[in-house]
Ligand binder design. Structure first.
Ligand code: FAD
Length: 497
């Protein structure tokens, strides 16, 4: 739905309109683009590399790699329809001013973002442009329900997921059907100058760590649609019982596409709802479980909007004084980052993350819990590493999830529930397929010892060619001791000791 479309009209009604693309890198189901095309004005599509505005939350390495590919696709799709994408780097307000000057644009449209820094910046820009007589309209593209539209019975934000889910589910009929991409986007001739994408340095050069990302992903709107179709064909009907298994292709892999808005949640929702209604029975229920995950994303945005300190400060302020352990030379955090903790499922996850830019949700929970509870390191250290290495790094989902795992977030896992990485590995990777793939140096161990190599007799280690401490690390901490230490640390904030 559009917001604030009117202004004192000092600009000619047929002057061009700038469509400022942000986290909505798609043509279909893009209300800002659709409104611009429908306005009959010529369209100037713009993407701003706005690192300066985002401060510490500018895109990390893996999302920058993704952005390059996504912009390439978006530029090709727009050029085909008649309006080349203009790329400019800098402070958004300055870039917009310059482009308005160059093109004589009389209107600007965008789809809303919900990060605190983006909200503050966009408000300022909107006010300044309106003061100058431009038509400015922001639209709703990234969520099923905007954060301020879902309220508890007493009128405040939700802090518990299940009632939030119920409230969203009850309003499902309000979710608009996604609009088709415009057939033509009439642009300016000549088109405004664009910076060259290659010059933005979004992709790594030396060392080129992105080989695994290239093999795994196809950024862009078409890649997103293909992922959704494949999920519906191959995995949706069994989502509920396979989604916790990192060894199986049980989830959609849509997260980076959703983050960059190459596909919107409305399209995903309607496609899955349709499949659910057709399938019925157990398959239908499995798809309902998937819709609940889409609503976890909504819940994360709801939390970020209502609690803007979410990325930095624990929601539960008892945790502000949590006695984290020292790690003076960074040895523990480094072992975790590199997948060298000696706990196979943790190491598999961290290596999957480094290689592909993605990690299975179950393993995200295991690895995050390991950092925060076994290594007693602040959740913000993990949040920062994920921010840099995930292709789906998303301020709302990342901070809400880290706080959830750390026990200080909304509806969080209780701090005293400490995952045992051995039992988690045995339960969710029962044949060891996942660990053997990502930790090949222990692949020849028998199943019985795969998730706990330190318990293997020396003959079994010999046969598998494993020398603990040499070919594969010995555990960096002992599970039982680490668990005890974490519980003691929690006692101090519980009691204020
Ligand atoms: P599917 O199971 O196919 O789910 C479909 C979609 O639902 C996902 O694409 C995602 O958009 C949404 N979703 C699923 N689970 C969650 C969840 N728990 N919270 C919020 N949204 C969810 N997700 C991100 O998109 N970006 C992040 O930066 C991020 N950081 C995380 C950090 C930690 C410590 C943890 C435990 C989870 C994090 N998640 C994050 C949530 C979740 O792990 C991923 O969304 C999911 O693994 C993506 O894979 P998928 O697309 O195959 O998910």
């Amino acid at each position: 739905m559009a917001d604030d479309a009117s202004s004192p009209d000092s600009r000619p009604p047929d002057s061009p309109i700038i469509v400022w693309f942000r986290l909505d890198l798609r043509l279909a189901d893009n209300p800002a683009l659709r409104a611009a095309v429908d306005s009959g004005r010529r369209v100037v599509p713009l993407f701003i590399l706005d690192d300066a505005d985002a401060g510490p939350w500018k895109p990390g390495g893996a999302t920058r790699w993704w952005l390059h590919g996504s912009l390439e696709r978006l530029a090709a799709d727009l050029a085909e329809r008649g309006a080349p994408l203009v790329l400019r780097a800098g402070k958004a307000a300055d870039v917009l001013d310059t482009l308005i000057e160059e093109t004589g644009a009389g209107a600007v449209a965008w789809n809303r973002r919900y990060e605190p820094w983006a909200i503050a910046r966009d408000k300022e820009i909107k006010a300044a442009l309106k003061d100058r007589g431009l038509d400015v309209a922001s639209h709703d593209a990234a969520l099923l329900f905007e954060p301020w539209t879902v309220e508890t019975k007493t009128g405040g934000p939700y802090k518990v997921y299940t009632p939030f889910w119920r409230a969203c589910r009850a309003r499902a009929e309000e979710i608009a059907r996604p609009a088709a991409a415009p057939r033509a986007v009439p642009g300016l001739d000549p088109a405004p100058a664009s910076e060259a994408l290659e010059n933005w340095g979004l992709r790594p050069t030396k060392p080129d760590w992105a080989g695994g990302l290239r093999e795994t992903w196809t950024p862009g709107e078409a890649g997103a649609r293909a992922r959704l179709d494949r999920f519906l064909d191959e995995a949706a009907a069994r989502y509920d019982d396979r989604r916790n298994r990192p060894d199986l292709p049980g989830t959609s892999g849509l997260s980076p596409h959703l983050h960059w808005g190459e596909i919107g949640p409305r399209r995903v929702w309607h496609a899955v709802e349709h499949a659910r209604a057709e399938a019925g029975g157990a398959a239908g229920e499995a798809m309902e479980a998937f819709l609940q995950e889409i609503v976890w994303r909504e819940f994360s945005y709801h939390l970020l909007y209502h609690f803007p300190d979410l990325p930095d400060e624990p929601l539960d302020d008892r945790f502000a004084g949590f006695p984290w352990a020292d790690d003076p030379d960074g040895r523990l955090v480094r072992a975790w980052q590199r997948g060298r903790t000696g706990y196979p499922v943790v190491d598999a996850g961290m290596r999957e993350l480094w290689t592909t830019g993605w990690m299975h949700n179950r393993v995200r929970m295991i690895t995050a819990s390991f950092l925060v509870k076994h290594l007693l390191q602040p959740w913000q250290a993990g949040e920062a590493w994920f921010w840099d290495t995930l292709v789906d790094a998303d301020l709302a989902s990342n901070s809400a999830s880290w706080q959830w795992v750390a026990g200080c977030g909304a509806d969080a896992a209780p701090y005293f529930r400490i995952f045992n990485p051995v039992l988690q590995g045995e339960k969710f990777d029962p044949d060891g397929t996942y660990v053997r793939h990502w930790v090949p140096e222990i692949a020849a161990l028998p199943d019985k010892y795969l998730h706990k190599p330190w318990e293997a007799p020396s003959a079994a280690l010999d046969r598998a060619g494993v020398i603990l401490g040499e070919t594969y690390p010995a555990p960096v901490v002992d599970h039982k001791q680490a668990r005890r230490r974490a519980l003691d640390a929690f006692e101090t904030i519980k009691t204020g000791a």
